[in-house]
Structure formats: C-alpha cells, structure tokens
Design a protein around this ligand. Structure first.
Ligand SMILES: C[S@@+](CC[C@H](N)C(=O)[O-])C[C@H]1O[C@@H](n2cnc3c(N)ncnc32)[C@H](O)[C@@H]1O
Length: 296
C-alpha cells in the first residue's frame, strides 16, 4: 500500500495537540522531523494514498489554526504534501523509530527491532504504537516515565488515564506496580494498548477499557497517571481525588509552560500536596499526593 507524507509546521507548544489531531484524522503515526526552535517544529506523518488529501490538508490547517481558541499558539500551521514513492508505512516508520534508553531503567524498543539490554536492571518495553500516541519519545511521555520511576516502590495499584499505546502502564508494571486499570476515550488507542500489553506478556491483572477520563470509575488506587493536555487534566483533578486512597499519588504530564501554574493551583484547591515539578523543553509534569491519614 502507498502512503503520502504530510509535513506540518507548528510550535512546540501546540505539537502535542496537533499530534492528537492527526491521529484522530487517520494518520498512521507521527514523528518530530525537525526542531529548529520552539516556534518551528516540523511533524511528519503519513496517510494512505487513497485518502481525500486536498480536503484533509485544508481541514487540518484550519483545525490547527483553531487551537488558538484553546490558548495554544499554532505558529505557521502549515500543512505540506510530499510524495513518497512506493514507500510503505512500516519502512518509513522504521527509519525514525529505534531503541531508545529513556531513563536509568526504561528502554523502549520498537516491536520490529532486536535489542540486547546493556544493563542487568534495564527494563525493555516492546512497543508498536500503531496509530496511538505514545512512542515514548515525546517530552510529555518522558516526563511521565521519569515521574513513575521516582514514585514507584512496588506493589501499588494504578489507573492510567489516556493510556494511548499503553506505554506508561507497561513501564509501571516493569517497575513493580500490581493491578492496573488503563483507560482511553479513543478505541484506536485501546486496541493499540491491548496489542502492546500482549507484546510485553502483560495481560494478567490489567483491565483495559474505553472510558472518558474517570467518569463512572469507583475503584480506589495508590497511583494515577495522566499524560493529557492541561485543558483535559483540569476536569480530571476532582475525579482523581475520589479515586485515590489517602497518601495516593497523582502524576500529571502534558502540561505546557503557560498552564503549569493553573494546574498547580487547581491541584492545591482540591486538596493535593504538590511534591515535585519536572520540566523538559516547554513541557511540565507534576507529582502530587492526597494527604495520608496521619499527615499534618
Ligand atoms: C498525549 S496521549 C498520552 C499517551 C500515553 N499515555 C503516553 O504517555 O505517551 C493522550 C491520550 O489521552 C487520550 N485522551 C484524550 N482525552 C481523553 C479523555 N477525555 N478520556 C480518556 N482518554 C483521553 C487520547 O486518546 C490519547 O491516547
């Protein structure tokens, strides 16, 4: 099958929202192709050659420009078509996506590549993101993985909101987390996560289901992760309080610089204690917790 490449120029700030838009509109995976500066990021993605590309290109340009209504600066919002002779998606994807050692313990390996761990403590996450977000290399995912590595002691229960490719749940399990509940509003993400749980032989004690944030969820856990845009984290905060045990930890990532203070204020207003703020480029993650029963 032939694929057509689209090159999208936007800003670092809007990049995560643009990636989500592309995936929602049928893109077969997205990667950052060029990062000249924070205002000029080029994302590359691929659509099947029989997609209605002229309509799609102008529709995408409009949707990217409309991100300004959500407080995100879209920059040039330019969508360009590039012909990709006889290339197919897997070959293109392979060119960009290789094993990457993300943290002290976590390495991500595309499912089509072989890899031998160099360290005996290294945990190898085998991943085929398919059309879901979460190759592990986006700063928001990296920050969430770093936060997981910081807080996990072993045996915790976890809810992963917006699981995408399932990368955070898989990492958490490798780091010793017990029962996991992974949710995503997007069915494409749910099926990608299912495949990735199987690839990592992690089907036991993992509940995976489509769900909008934590609506209708009444279990109480030790740990919640959510790597979603700040606009979506805001309504999640009051829900997260009710799903965490006393002392439970909430890891939120996907927060662009301008929204960090807003999220910290909302977390505090809902009774969370902010423990740590992590930063990479323009992105922030916040580790907070619900006070324990014997905490002052
Ligand atoms: C930035 S991706 C994160 C994927 C993965 N957890 C990671 O860290 O790489 C955000 C994910 O949240 C999902 N999402 C967006 N809105 C949601 C909602 N209201 N409820 C549940 N999931 C949602 C998207 O479908 C997407 O898979």
């Amino acid at each position: 099958m032939d694929w057509i490449k689209l090159a999208i120029t936007t800003t670092n700030e809007a990049s995560e929202a643009v990636i989500n838009l592309l995936l929602e509109n049928g893109a077969g995976g997205v990667q950052i192709e060029d990062e000249q500066d924070l205002d000029n990021i080029v994302l590359a993605t691929y659509f099947q050659a029989d997609s209605p590309l002229n309509e799609l290109t102008s529709e995408l340009e409009q949707k990217i420009k409309d991100l300004s209504r959500f407080g995100l600066e879209p920059g040039q919002a330019k969508v360009e078509l590039a012909t990709l002779d006889d290339a197919n998606w897997i070959d293109v994807w392979k060119k960009y996506y290789h094993p990457v050692r993300l943290t002290r313990y976590l390495t991500i390996v595309p499912s089509w590549e072989g890899y031998t761990p160099v360290d005996q403590d290294e945990k190898v996450i085998v991943l085929d993101p398919g059309r879901a977000f979460g190759t592990g290399t986006h700063p928001t995912t990296r920050l969430a993985l770093q936060a997981l590595e910081t807080v996990i002691r072993g045996g915790e229960t976890l809810i992963d909101v917006g699981t995408g490719s399932g990368v955070l749940s898989i990492a958490a399990r490798y780091l010793g987390v017990g029962p996991i509940f992974a949710y995503d509003v997007d069915e494409v993400a749910v099926s990608a996560a299912k495949e990735n749980f199987e690839l990592n032989q992690m089907t036991k004690d993992i509940v995976l289901a489509p769900n909008d944030l934590l609506s209708g969820i009444d279990q109480k856990v030790d740990l919640i992760t959510a790597n979603i845009l700040a606009e979506i984290i805001e309504p999640l905060i009051p829900q997260a309080v009710t799903c965490l045990r006393p002392g439970g930890i909430f890891i939120t990532s996907g927060i662009i610089k301008d929204k960090k203070d807003q999220i910290v204020t909302k977390l505090t207003a809902h009774g969370f204690v902010v423990d740590q703020i992590l930063n990479m480029k323009d992105w922030y993650a916040v580790i907070s917790h619900v006070p324990g029963e014997d905490e002052d």
